[in-house]
Design a protein around this ligand. Structure first.
Ligand code: ADP
Length: 614
């Protein structure tokens, strides 16, 4: 047992002796990192670098890592004494807090970290971030240093400017002194080399009032390229995104930007450095070192932290089409269209409309089919009624012939008399004139008979119009008068003193009256005397008008009262039994009623009630 323990202790000792130096240091390396910001970390850009770093550390599943942060704030504070005091402050502060890896954010922070390392963190690897390519080459950091190099090109900004202003002639560079620039310092030389086909105006290192004045009056076909301002030239310092807001408020041209955090402050967009990607890259390198990898095995490299990002609101303001932007551009702050915003309400509305439309279409179809059926039944009724009228006309033909014969006979007699008078030696012209006027009157009477006959036999579609029921009744009775006298029937008409305005088809209503009167004449045919028919029209309340036809016939047998309106019910030898059924159908089509009863004093009475026209 004791020898086994001694053996395993020996193996561990040997392993430690022969292990690489880096790993030995690693085995004792605490899981902590110190993030040293060169600038105030509360500015949006440095804050986003930190957010990227923090999120990557949190996402790392292994041992918990303590993250300390310090901001040297070199934009506002500087000088040897300050830096030395700061070093001593760190020394005191982290006396009992061993650091596993130092993360320097910015080239100036890296320089300080390298300088302070022997005293503060001997043997501790350093990870840098936010170091521009030219700075990295100048510094040539030693092998225990790794990190992500950021590369930014003025030519990318110009590409973005051309996308925003298609006929670009001038670019206006706005920013702090090149020497103060963190990421865009190398643009100085690129601008000095010139850009083919473009004028370059530099508003670099100028105080804010001058900048604001100049950006307000820029030439057409120009775009501003903003690199970053850190002070107003009067001793006030601020994050460059805040400075951009001042510039954007007055700028007469769109502002191309090269950092993501400038987008919201009024930049239209461009190839922007995304700070969280820089932080995330630093965190990944630092964590690999804390997990045991040697910094030498993670050489510094240029990282892809630049993305084409544009501001939708600014695009609207400067009328920039999405189609002009570089391929793969991301558009931020896009306002949803009304449809997108009220999507569910719109879906609900459209569904409701669809349901409603379908319902309406269905109801319209129903209505159409009903109308069609109505028209068809109306047409059939018209056909049937026409046949019925022809039959009635046949019955009435003898009296019609008589009615025509009478005026024609008078015309002949009058014409002959006129001839005689004119043949005399002294013709009485006054008398001839009277005879001619008689001829005219008789002729008119004959044509009236023919007109009535034609209108009765007319095969017309059912058509309602405004009519006076008294007038309709009068015309029908005029027509029946002769027939009545031929059949030895006394016929009377009593019309109401008021006009009875109804909506109806006069030809069809006259047919109803004709059918009723002819039936009455038929019923009284066997009576030796006292054949009487009385027609009446009267107002019934203020909503309907009633026509009654009563006769002095035998009346209707009590048990037939309900059957007489049935089709083909007849008690006559030659009867068809359709007259009353057609009459009732016509009346129903007028929204009216037709019924029969027997009078107490004998005889039948038929009532026809019709609604008054509104
Ligand atoms: P038709 O006249 O061809 O018989 P209708 O339908 O006009 O057909 O009449 C049906 C029946 O109703 C008649 O056959 C008759 O029996 C009875 N009727 C109609 N009007 C009268 C009336 N005024 N008096 C007595 N019976 C009547």
């Amino acid at each position: 047992m004791g020898s086994a323990i001694r053996l395993s202790g020996l193996i561990i000792l040997l392993a430690m002796l022969f292990a690489p130096a880096g790993l030995r240091a690693q085995q004792m390396r605490p899981h902590s990192m110190l993030v040293l910001d060169q600038s105030d970390r509360r500015g949006p850009f440095y804050y986003q670098v930190f957010v990227g770093l923090r999120d990557a550390v949190s996402a790392h599943g292994h041992a918990p890592t303590t993250v300390y942060t310090e901001s040297v704030d070199l934009n506002r504070f500087g000088g040897e004494a300050y830096q030395e005091d700061f070093r001593q402050f760190l020394q005191a502060k982290y006396r009992d807090r061993p650091i596993g890896v130092v993360v320097a954010v910015g080239a100036a922070a890296l320089e300080l970290a390298l300088r302070w390392r022997p005293q503060l963190w001997p043997d501790t690897p350093i990870v840098f971030s936010l170091v521009e390519e030219a700075d990295f080459k100048r510094m040539r950091p030693p092998a225990y240093v790794t990190g992500g190099i950021v590369s930014s090109k003025l030519s990318d900004a110009v590409t973005a400017a051309r996308a925003v202003v298609p006929d670009l002639k001038t670019v206006v560079l706005v920013g702090a002194d090149w020497e103060r620039q963190v990421l865009f310092r190398n643009w100085k030389d690129q601008a000095a080399a010139g850009i083919p086909g473009l004028d370059i105006i530099e508003i670099i290192g100028r105080p804010m009032p001058e900048i604001v004045e100049r950006v307000a009056a820029l030439p057409d076909h120009s775009a501003i390229i903003y690199t970053g301002l850190y002070s107003d030239g009067k001793g006030n310092y601020y994050p460059p995104s805040d400075a951009l807001a001042f510039v954007a408020a007055r700028a007469s041209r769109p502002i191309v930007i090269a950092a993501e955090t400038f987008l919201e402050a009024g930049g239209i967009g461009g190839f922007a450095i995304v700070p969280s990607l820089i932080g995330a890259d630093a965190a990944r390198r630092a964590l690999r070192i804390l997990d045991g990898e040697a910094p030498e095995s993670l050489p510094p490299s240029v990282i892809d932290a630049v993305k084409p990002i544009f501001n939708w609101r600014q695009m609207q303001h400067w009328n920039v089409s999405e189609a002009n932007l570089p391929k793969g551009s991301e558009i931020r702050f896009r306002e949803p269209t009304i449809l997108e915003r009220y999507r569910w309400r719109a879906v609900a509305l459209v569904t409701a409309l669809l349901v409603q439309t379908t319902l309406i279409a269905f109801l319209l179809h129903e209505r159409f089919m009903r109308r069609k059926a109505e028209v068809e039944s109306g047409n059939r009724l018209s056909d049937l009624a026409h046949i019925n009228r022809q039959a009635t006309a046949g019955e009435l033909s003898s009296s019609i012939a008589h009615e025509l014969n009478q005026p024609l006979g008078s015309i002949l007699t009058n014409a002959e008399t006129a001839e005689l008078i004119l043949g005399s030696p002294r013709p009485d012209l006054q008398e001839v004139r009277e005879i001619i006027s008689d001829i005219k009157r008789d002729d008119l009477r004959a044509s009236e008979v023919i007109r009535r006959m034609r209108s009765l036999l007319k095969r017309a579609p059912f058509e309602k119009k405004d009519i006076d029921l008294n007038q309709t009744m009068r015309e029908a009775f005029d027509f029946l008068k002769l027939q009545a006298s031929a059949r030895n029937v006394a016929i009377y008409l009593q019309t109401s003193p008021q006009t009875l305005r109804v909506k109806g088809d006069p030809v069809q209503l006259q047919q109803v009256i004709l059918n009723l009167v002819v039936n009455s004449m038929d019923a009284m045919a066997k009576m030796p005397y006292g054949r009487t028919i009385i027609g009446r029209t009267e107002l019934n309340g203020d909503a309907s008008a009633v026509i009654s036809i009563c006769d002095s016939g035998p009346g209707i047998p009590q048990d037939s009262l309900n059957d007489i309106f049935d089709p083909f019910f007849t008690t006559k030898e030659q009867g068809m039994g359709v007259g009353l059924s057609i009459a009732r159908t016509i009346v129903l089509a007028h929204s009216g009623q037709l019924w029969a009863e027997n009078q107490s004093g004998g005889g039948a009475v038929f009532h026809l009630s019709l609604p008054l026209a509104a």
